[in-house]
Ligand binder design. Structure first.
Ligand SMILES: C[S@@+](CC[C@H](N)C(=O)[O-])C[C@H]1O[C@@H](n2cnc3c(N)ncnc32)[C@H](O)[C@@H]1O
Length: 319
């Protein structure tokens, strides 16, 4: 019998405390993944509750369904959350089950352990696999196709912007050189191109993270358009809450967290832009619950090291 892969849900206790679930709760999970948060939330819901789980990754949806079984409260929708808000399937589900809005919306951003640990998906420099990195394996260019369409400059910009990598220019040149010479088919090839600029061994000796980490993150974000419509999606999510309903967002790196923080603050009527502005002029739709965000406890970070960089932000829809 095949085992069901496990993704240890991060900040689970904090999410359960943040999302206050009434009887007949209506929950929207924008990143169902392997259903770890969903399983725990559903365990706290009564029979009349309804849970809509969205994921763009076919394998994640399959595994989540296996994990959660034929729970009649759960519906799984194949979509990127950016495309959800005007999707007739979503609008029909919402009109039928949550016409007054959702009680809770969860977005646990980024990649799942399943994606990272499956070499064939091409997300990880630790295992050799095809250079793919698409979350939705049914559409869009793979990482190698995306790289092939870049110039030295556009690739360096992406690595700098999405990876916050200072050596973005020589790394971009090394990657495109490897591609021109027919040496860029696998994750190992991409990592090797980075190591020609930042050697791996010295970083390892100093206990620093692998030099390929930032470049892999950047290319993954670019291939999946991860940050492009995040702010608009959070705004749409906030608009889909019922008054008093809560939105919980978990991010995994500073770029993501910055967008989450700025968007929630703006929707809470807090002005962060340059110069002076009258905060009263900003429409206020949300109230921030943990203004500084929540990080994993030391115990969680020790038990599940990938959770270390996670941050949870929670906001409540105002009446
Ligand atoms: C960190 S995992 C979620 C894990 C889940 N909370 C659990 O406990 O199992 C993130 C999931 O979001 C999905 N995902 C990432 N970006 C997405 C997007 N724009 N639209 C829909 N799903 C997305 C990924 O495919 C992945 O399965």
């Amino acid at each position: 019998m095949m085992t069901i892969p496990v993704h240890v849900p991060v900040l689970l206790q904090e999410v359960l405390e943040a999302l206050v679930l009434p009887p007949a709760a209506r929950i929207l999970d924008l990143t169902l993944g392997l259903g770890g948060h969903a399983e725990a939330l559903l365990a706290r819901c009564d029979k009349a509750s309804r849970y809509l789980g969205v994921d763009r990754d076919p394998e994640a949806r399959y595994q989540a369904r296996r994990r959660l079984g034929d729970d009649a409260r759960l519906e799984i929708l194949a979509s990127a959350y950016e495309d959800l808000w005007e999707d007739p399937r979503f609008l029909a589900w919402k009109a039928e089950h949550a016409p007054g809005g959702f009680d809770a919306i969860l977005a646990d951003l980024g990649v799942s352990t399943l994606q990272l640990r499956t070499p064939d998906r091409g997300f990880s420099f630790r295992d050799e696999g095809p250079l793919d990195m698409r979350m939705d394996t049914t559409s869009g260019p793979t990482a190698v196709e995306w790289i092939a369409a870049q110039t030295d400059e556009s690739l360096a910009d992406a690595i700098y912007q999405y990876g916050e990598e200072r050596a973005s220019r020589p790394i971009a040149r090394a990657i495109l050189r490897a591609h021109r010479e027919g040496r860029l088919a696998t994750t190992r090839d991409l990592a090797e191109a980075v190591y020609t600029v930042i050697p791996r061994e010295p970083a390892k000796r100093k206990g620093q993270s692998d030099p390929a980490t930032r470049t892999f993150q950047a290319i993954r974000i670019a291939v999946n358009g991860e940050l492009a419509r995040l702010a608009a999606s959070l705004e749409a999510a906030a608009g889909s809450l019922r008054p008093g309903g809560r939105l919980a967002v978990i991010s995994f790196h500073s770029l993501e967290d910055r967008i989450v923080k700025q968007t929630l603050r703006r929707l809470a009527g807090i002005y962060d832009g340059p110069g002076r502005a009258a905060p009263a002029a900003l429409p206020k739709t949300l109230k921030l619950i943990h203004p500084g965000g929540l990080a994993p406890s030391e115990a969680e970070a020790a038990a599940n090291p990938p959770s270390r960089s996670a941050r949870l932000r929670v906001a409540e829809r105002l009446p």
